[in-house]
Design a protein around this ligand. Structure first.
Ligand SMILES: O=C(O)C(=O)C[C@]1(C(=O)O)C=C[C@@H](O)C=C1
Length: 288
C-alpha cells in the first residue's frame, strides 16, 4: 500500500475531500486538508505533502483559473493523474428553517455558479456570500437561522443541517475534473496508479505561448497536432500577465509523451513557442 500523503481543499465535506477519499480507498495513502488551493500548492512545493489535488475545470462553469495560474507559476509542478467527480448540489440550512427565512446563501464561487439558474430564480433577493469551500459554507450555515449553504449531501450529516432542496445544478450533467500535481523530481515508481506505463488511455497536457504574435500562428501550431493525427481535447487561454492581449495556452491532447507521433508534434510546437512546458502524461479515474 502507498504511504503517500495527498493535500486537498478541506475541511471535511468538500467535493475535493470526497474525490481524494475515494481515490485513497482504492490506491492507499493518507490525506491532509488545507483551507485554500494556494495552501495546497505551497504544501506540495515545501514537501509537506507529496501530491496535491487541484480542481481544474467544471463541465458547466469551465476553468478554475487559480489552479491554472498556479500550475503556470510553479514550473516544478507536474501532473500525475486526473480524477473526474460527478457534482450534485444541495441547499442546506439549520434544522427547522424554511426557504422563506433564508436571507444569505454561502458557498464556494464554483458551487454558486453551478447553481446559478436555481439561485437566481428562487433566491433573487438573497445575499450571496463566497466562502473558501462548500464545507466552510456549511459551517457558516450552522451559525445562524437565516443562512443556507450550497454543497454536497454529505455536508448535511457532517454539520447537522437539513436539506431544503436538491439538484440545484439542474438537469445538465455536472462534473468537476481534478488533477493530482506533484514536484516533477518525485519518484513514484512504486505507485503504478501514478506512473506513465499503467494504462493505455493517456492524456498529455502542455502550456505554451507562440514565439511570434502574427496572423495564423495558433492555427499553424495546432496544425502540428492535426498532421500527426492527434486529438486535441481542450484548449484554454490565460493572460500572459506580461502585456495586455498576450496569452498563454493550456492544451490537452490524447496520448502519452512516449507515443512517437505525440512527441514529434510537441517538438515542433516547442520550436514555435517562446514558452513551452510539458505538464505531464497521465491517466484518469472517473468516479461514479
Ligand atoms: O468547495 C468544495 O467543495 C471543493 O471541493 C471545491 C470545488 C471547486 O473548486 O470547483 C470542487 C468541486 C465543485 O466544482 C465545487 C467546488
Amino acid at each position: 500500500m502507498s504511504s503517500l500523503e495527498y493535500g486537498y481543499l478541506g475541511p471535511p465535506g468538500t467535493f475535493s475531500e470526497q474525490a481524494i477519499s475515494i481515490y485513497c480507498k482504492k490506491h492507499g495513502g493518507k490525506t491532509k486538508g488545507f483551507s485554500s488551493i494556494r495552501d495546497i500548492v505551497k504544501a506540495v512545493i515545501n514537501d509537506q505533502v507529496q501530491l496535491g489535488l487541484l480542481p481544474l475545470e467544471n463541465s458547466l462553469e469551465g476553468s478554475v483559473n487559480l489552479s491554472l495560474d498556479l500550475l503556470y507559476q510553479h514550473s516544478e509542478l507536474k501532473l500525475y493523474r486526473e480524477i473526474i467527480l460527478p457534482i450534485s448540489h444541495y441547499l442546506l440550512a439549520q434544522k427547522g428553517v424554511t426557504k422563506a427565512e433564508i436571507k444569505e446563501i454561502y458557498s464556494h464561487p464554483q458551487a454558486i455558479a453551478q447553481s446559478g439558474n436555481y439561485l437566481a430564480k428562487e433566491f433573487e433577493n438573497a445575499k450571496i456570500v463566497y466562502t473558501d469551500s462548500t464545507a466552510a459554507a456549511a459551517k457558516k450555515a450552522m451559525e445562524a437561522k437565516n443562512r443556507a449553504a450550497v454543497g454536497s449531501i454529505r455536508l448535511a450529516d457532517i454539520y447537522d443541517l437539513e436539506i431544503l432542496e436538491n439538484n440545484l445544478q439542474g438537469d445538465l450533467p455536472n462534473s468537476t475534473r481534478f488533477v493530482l500535481a506533484a514536484k516533477k523530481n518525485k519518484d513514484f515508481s512504486g505507485n503504478n496508479h501514478l506512473g506513465e506505463s499503467a494504462a493505455s488511455d493517456f492524456k498529455t497536457s502542455i502550456i505554451c505561448a507562440p514565439e511570434v504574435n502574427e496572423a495564423g500562428i495558433l492555427y499553424k501550431m495546432l496544425g502540428k497536432f492535426a498532421e500527426e493525427n492527434i486529438d486535441l481535447t481542450r484548449i484554454e487561454s490565460r493572460p500572459s500577465r506580461q502585456q495586455l492581449g498576450e496569452y498563454i495556452f493550456y492544451i490537452d491532447l490524447k496520448g502519452c509523451i512516449s507515443d512517437k507521433n505525440l512527441s514529434s508534434a510537441l517538438a515542433k510546437v516547442e520550436k514555435m513557442s517562446s514558452y513551452f512546458r510539458l505538464l505531464g502524461s497521465y491517466t484518469k479515474t472517473v468516479m461514479e
